[in-house]
Design a protein around this ligand. Structure first.
Ligand SMILES: Nc1ncnc2c1ncn2[C@@H]1O[C@H](COP(=O)(O)OP(=O)(O)OP(=O)(O)O)[C@@H](O)[C@H]1O
Ligand SMILES: O=P(O)(O)OC[C@H]1O[C@H](OP(=O)(O)OP(=O)(O)O)[C@H](O)[C@@H]1O
Ligand SMILES: [Mg+2]
Length: 285
């Protein structure tokens, strides 16, 4: 490992903060125990963490002040910073959508002349400009849903996760989603990847794969092994080992966590027995 410390920006609060710390912990990095702590050095792993507002993270990385960051795709795009997405992290998923009072907007052209409130004005202005829509965009810091009731806006564009905030405000989503977002790893656009980056990425990827897959073990008769392996092809190829019992083999293979139960039913149907599923805690593939 290089002697240079990798400087990493991560969310200090909000929707991404806890999950970002969790994935880093699972990847073997130290994380702060006090939510007021601003930085944390992990010399063992050659990294230093800076706890920052998720909205500012792409800017620090784009300027080259910090090497890597974890932020939301929507925040990255809104910032206009010279940072680029290098890995999807699978948490902090949301959709960015227009919403309004029922029955007011059904086509993009209906947005012409409307007042649109949002906390993501960079994304919204670009979206409208690219489609030739002429609307007035107002940037609000939060609680955007209330702006319609208060007469400040006709339409909002906001993050929708469960949709419960919109329902409470008596609003409904309209038009196709503007974008799908999740937490992403960002680096400076167009610059060489910083020293130590590959190790960091491999560790995070290892956690993501370990979360997505489970290990499946089962025993099956020799003559059905090809059918069984077709169901559980694994990533490279399944391990098939002889059993003491004549005519039987043991198979071990990584399978997607989603659908593992259905796979167990199918394996049972073709004669597999002793089917076991275990969690994978970390891996390098
Ligand atoms: N329910 C949600 N509300 C807001 N942001 C969410 C939600 N689910 C996922 N996200 C994502 O989290 C990021 C926004 O996080 P940020 O910390 O800036 O706002 P927040 O979670 O609304 O916190 P706060 O409003 O308290 O500052 C975006 O990438 C967004 O897509
Ligand atoms: O679809 P939902 O699950 O309801 O989540 C989306 C809502 O959550 C966020 O608001 P937040 O609570 O962060 O308040 P804010 O508007 O002050 O940022 C976001 O801005 C939406 O209002
Ligand atoms: Mg918010």
């Amino acid at each position: 490992m290089s002697n240079q410390t990798l400087r990493i920006a991560i969310p200090n609060k909000g929707s991404l903060s806890q999950s970002a710390s969790e994935i880093l912990r699972e990847a073997g990095y130290s994380q702060r125990s006090d939510s007021k702590q601003l930085t944390l050095t992990d010399p063992e792993n050659g990294v230093e963490f800076f706890y920052l507002r998720p909205r500012d993270i792409a800017l620090y990385v784009g300027e080259g002040t910090l090497d890597i960051g974890i932020t939301g795709r929507d925040l990255l795009l809104d910032s206009g910073a010279k940072a680029e997405e290098v890995l999807q992290l699978g948490f902090g998923r949301s959709r960015f959508r227009f919403a309004t009072r029922p029955g007011t907007v059904s086509t993009l052209a209906d947005l012409n002349g409307r007042r649109i409130a949002t906390s993501y004005d960079g994304v919204v202005r670009r979206f409208l400009e690219e489609r030739g829509v002429d609307a007035t965009v107002t940037r609000l810091d939060g609680a955007v849903e209330t702006s319609i009731q208060l007469g400040v806006a006709d339409v909002i564009a906001d993050v929708v996760e469960t949709g419960s905030t919109l329902r409470q405000a008596g609003l409904e989503v309209v038009l196709d989603p503007i974008l799908d977002s999740e937490a992403v790893l960002v680096t400076r656009a167009g610059a060489a990847l910083p020293a130590g980056f590959e190790v960091f990425r491999r560790r995070l990827e290892g956690v993501l794969v370990a979360r997505t897959y489970v290990m499946m073990d089962y025993d099956i008769r020799d003559e059905r092994v090809e059918d069984a392996v077709a169901l559980t092809p694994g990533i490279e190829s399944p391990t098939v080992s002889p059993l003491h019992r004549e005519g039987w083999v043991a198979v071990r293979s990584m399978v997607p966590r989603d659908g593992a139960q259905k796979l167990m039913d199918e394996l049972w149907e073709i004669g597999a027995r002793g089917i076991l599923v275990t969690d994978i805690h970390a891996c390098r593939l």
